[in-house]
Write a protein that binds this ligand. Structure first.
Ligand code: C5P
Length: 462
């Protein structure tokens, strides 16, 4: 038999073959020839059914693919066990190592455990021609950075792309999970705290670090990398959440943040809204698969990943942007819209000309929530407003529901005792025409996730 043609090879297997061939510096044909030779040598003469070839490429049978980025820390040795644990669970692992990581574990041992060579270099023609950092960034279900060193976190937070690991992290549109590991003083440093806050706001997920003895003798505190099995549990939870997209294909419009109402070209009326709750809802809705347009007043938060963010200044701009984003099935109005604007904003900067302070006549802004809730055509099926109250929270919120014509109100107590203002936790009531549900105090991200789950249920997702 001189030659053999094999038809119906799946795209995934072809991809694996191309990768193996490139990694081993062989042509595809050579690679296949060698694989066949190895398989034939291992196979019993009377082949048993369902016996998998001993040298099968790792991800042929794997349902999920994780890209593991190993940073340069002493905890890198735990990443070897992490690779093993993931492959035991039929999760394929492709590995990128930073230069510093290679001081702690070798690409050889990583490659042996992962079943394919580790990628190390942004300017390696072999990997760039075949896979390339863009495909490394995208051809996976999840990116895990373990250990995530202080330096790697700083690079991620600031968008650096000067090596393969950071370039992949900047180019990815996949969820990213980091397992920080560093000396407790580095973990407690203000710069690391700033970087972590930035990463969390960008939607990066974390597991650990844990408290305890450090590898360096005599050092203890928070900074130990989470144990491999803890990281595996976090990965499995994220991979299964990926399959649950209860809002897939649903269009949602969300407003967030304050509005700025001009007095003249340099001055404006504003409020202290940070936009955090609205942004958290946008993130949660996008994570649930929704097609989200976030219409945001001026805030310092970065655009949530996977969300179409439209930045506006004034209430009138916000209304226009919301109308443009329709039709949508759901509209959530979390913005703190200014009730008033200056009737005649100055075209030039107002001068102190000795004639006393200017008299600013105010006029009412459009009520975006009420306008959309009362649309005759194009009204979203579910219109949700927010109410921040300092007293008689439920009574006032119920009245607001009627007045504005919306379907639900998320009401919270912003009195000093409520602790919601500026705090991390929030206790809200979800109010509809027939029902009041009071949720316990919980982090604002959790409020967002729970609201999204209720919306999915209301839209008929089981
Ligand atoms: O009337 P009040 O400002 O308390 O109502 C709060 C709710 O109404 C929020 O959902 C807010 O986004 C929305 N709103 C609006 N346009 C306004 C004022 C409030 O969409 N001009």
């Amino acid at each position: 038999m001189g030659s053999l043609t094999v038809r119906n090879i799946s795209e995934d297997v072809k991809k694996r073959l191309r990768l193996r061939a490139a990694a081993n510096g062989r042509s595809m044909e050579e690679e296949i020839r060698l694989l066949l030779a190895e398989g034939a040598a291992d196979a019993p003469v009377a082949a048993k059914p369902n016996v998998r070839p001993a040298k099968a490429a790792p991800s042929e049978a794997a349902a999920s693919q994780v890209l593991l980025i190993i940073g340069g820390g002493i905890a890198a040795y735990k990443s070897l066990d992490l690779i093993r644990r993931l492959r035991e669970r039929a999760i394929a692992v492709r590995v990128v190592m930073t230069r510093a990581a290679q001081e702690f574990v070798t690409p050889m041992s990583v490659g042996a455990l992962a079943g394919e060579r580790a990628f190390t270099d942004l300017f390696d023609p072999a990997s760039e021609f075949d896979v390339g950092h863009i495909r490394l960034a995208r051809d996976n279900d999840l990116i895990v950075v373990a250990p995530a060193t202080a330096d790697l976190m700083a690079k991620m937070a600031n968008g650096h792309a000067d090596d393969l690991a950071s370039a992949v992290l900047l180019a990815t549109d996949r969820p990213v999970l980091i397992a920080p590991a560093m000396n407790p003083r580095m973990w407690g440093n203000a710069a690391t705290k700033r970087n972590l806050a930035r990463l969390v706001a960008d939607g990066v997920l974390t597991v650990g670090p844990n408290a305890g003895e450090m590898a360096e003798s005599g050092e203890a505190g928070t900074g130990r990398m989470a144990e491999p099995l803890e990281i595996v549990a976090a990965i499995e939870a994220l991979l299964s959440a990926r399959d649950e997209k209860p809002l897939a294909g649903r269009r949602i419009v969300i407003t967030a943040g304050p509005t700025h109402e001009p007095i003249d070209p340099v001055r404006y009326i504003a409020n202290r809204s940070s936009g955090k709750q609205g942004y958290a809802i946008a993130r949660a809705a996008a994570a649930a698969g929704a097609d989200v347009t976030l219409v945001s007043g001026p805030v310092t938060l970065p655009d949530p990943p996977g969300v179409k963010t439209v930045r506006v200044e004034s209430a009138r701009d916000m209304l226009r942007a919301v109308e443009k984003a329709l039709p949508a099935e759901v509209a959530i109005f979390a913005a703190a819209v200014a009730d008033w604007r200056v009737a005649q904003a100055g075209e030039q900067k107002l001068k102190k000309d000795g004639g006393g302070p200017p008299k600013l006549a105010l006029t009412e802004n459009p009520d975006i929530l009420a306008t959309i809730a009362r649309l005759k055509s194009n009204r979203p099926n579910l219109v949700v407003g927010f109410a921040a109250e300092t007293e008689k929270v439920i009574e006032h919120a119920k009245a607001k529901l009627k007045r504005k014509g919306c379907d639900w109100i998320v009401a919270n107590d912003v009195s000093a005792e409520g602790g919601a203002m500026g705090g991390d936790d929030n206790a809200v009531h979800l109010i509809s025409a027939s029902d009041v549900e009071s949720w316990p105090p919980q982090p604002k991200d959790e409020v967002a996730r729970q609201l999204v789950a209720r919306i999915a249920a209301a839209l008929g997702h089981q």
